[in-house]
Design a protein around this ligand. Structure first.
Ligand SMILES: NC(=O)c1ccc[n+]([C@@H]2O[C@H](COP(=O)([O-])OP(=O)(O)OC[C@H]3O[C@@H](n4cnc5c(N)ncnc54)[C@H](OP(=O)(O)O)[C@@H]3O)[C@@H](O)[C@H]2O)c1
Length: 340
């Protein structure tokens, strides 16, 4: 009998998640039913979206049930199988949970992956996973970048934002990033090739508006929004006529008890701007196309990506909270692989 360690949700967070909202539990693994298989997770994706799944507010997915392991994407290897399509040892990626082993029932969402094609299996959670596909399809389909456009990216130094800005550069945009702190801003320019960077920390909305106006004297054609709050409101004052706002996420609001909302809506009316919510969950059927294009840009050295890997299921809480303190440098991943 094998035991499983699981990072479970025991209380719905009120504002910022606290250590007591979670419990690390050990339990014995169940017998596999016919058609099921058992995955030994190696790497678990830590995503801002998980904060939303911890609440019971209406959303695009049901809330995580209290007592369950926190839902997460993971990449791992089939450990035992009663499913003829998934042999032992096969690497798979899919929606699982923050736990060392996941049982995938017949028909469950898990896809085989070929890890020989990538430097690390973690790439299927980062640049070639949902994060990379968010940046790619969100930009191509909703951002619709054109040569000479100005693109403003918020949350720019993070997993999604850093890729969005680089795709903007490939498409001929002038790219401005907003991020927290001087180091991340320097990295936007020196490492990811952005044209300008704005440090939002400690700034009022009017100070941000002034800095955006200075960085984008001809206005902004596309806003890629990862943050929301005053950062989104400040960006809207610079939007050009017929501009596009891609609403990818609102991380500054995820721990707020009440929605913050947009106050500068009039700019959308007076400048005939399109604002659209984006969810990557519409795109899995097109992932092969996105993976091929991102893979080609990586091979050509046109895209850089970073992964921030924290070791150990026992460090789940501290690792997850890096997303809200800005402590992560690149795609945040929990390494729960068997002892190396
Ligand atoms: N719609 C979709 O399908 C989809 C898919 C994936 C991700 N997303 C969204 O994309 C956004 C970025 O996700 P990610 O996975 O790439 O995470 P990430 O950017 O790698 O990490 C989160 C970053 O957000 C910033 N942040 C946290 N709290 C903030 C606050 N109060 N104000 C301003 N910035 C704050 C921090 O960077 P700083 O140090 O710069 O503050 C932190 O490092 C999130 O909103 C997420 O929900 C959406």
């Amino acid at each position: 009998m094998t035991t499983n360690r699981k990072f479970t949700l025991v209380k719905r967070p009120d504002g910022e998640p606290k250590p007591g909202d979670f419990k690390l539990v050990e339990e014995e693994l169940p017998e596999l039913a016919d058609g099921a298989f058992l995955v030994r997770n190696h790497y678990i994706s830590l995503d801002p979206a998980q904060r939303g799944w911890m609440s019971d507010a209406e959303s695009y997915m049901p809330p995580i049930a209290l007592g369950d392991a926190v839902r997460a994407s993971a990449v791992g290897r089939v450990h035992a199988s009663k499913n003829p399509d998934f042999a032992e040892g096969q690497w798979v990626v899919g929606l699982a949970a923050m736990e060392e082993f996941s049982v995938v029932e017949a028909g469950g969402f898990t896809s085989p992956v070929d890890v020989s094609l990538v430097p690390s299996p973690t790439n299927f959670l980062s640049v070639l996973g949902a994060v990379g596909m968010t940046a790619y399809f969100g930009m191509i389909e909703d951002g619709q970048p054109k040569e000479g456009d100005t693109l403003l990216v918020t949350g720019a130094a993070g997993a999604v934002g850093s890729l969005v800005g680089q795709i903007g550069k490939i498409k001929g945009c002038r790219v401005i990033g907003i991020a927290g702190g001087a180091d991340k801003c320097a990295r936007l320019i020196d490492h990811y090739g952005f044209d300008a960077a704005i440090d939002y920390r400690g700034k009022s909305q009017s100070e941000l508006e002034a800095e955006i106006a200075a960085a984008a004297p001809d206005g902004v054609d596309i806003i890629w929004e990862n943050v929301g709050g005053i950062i989104l409101d400040a960006g809207l004052t610079a939007i050009n006529e017929y501009g596009r706002v891609v609403l990818c996420g609102l991380i500054s609001e995820y721990n707020s008890p009440e929605p913050v909302g947009i106050r500068n809506l009039w700019y959308l009316v007076s400048r005939q701007v399109t604002i659209k919510g984006f969810l990557v969950r519409d795109y899995p059927p097109r992932f092969p196309e996105g993976i091929a294009q991102m893979g080609q840009w990586l091979a050509e050295g046109k895209i850089k990506h970073d992964e921030d890997i924290v070791r150990g299921i026992e460090n789940s809480y501290d690792a997850f909270m890096k997303l809200f303190s800005g402590g992560n440098q690149g795609k945040l991943i929990l390494d729960v692989s068997p002892d190396k």
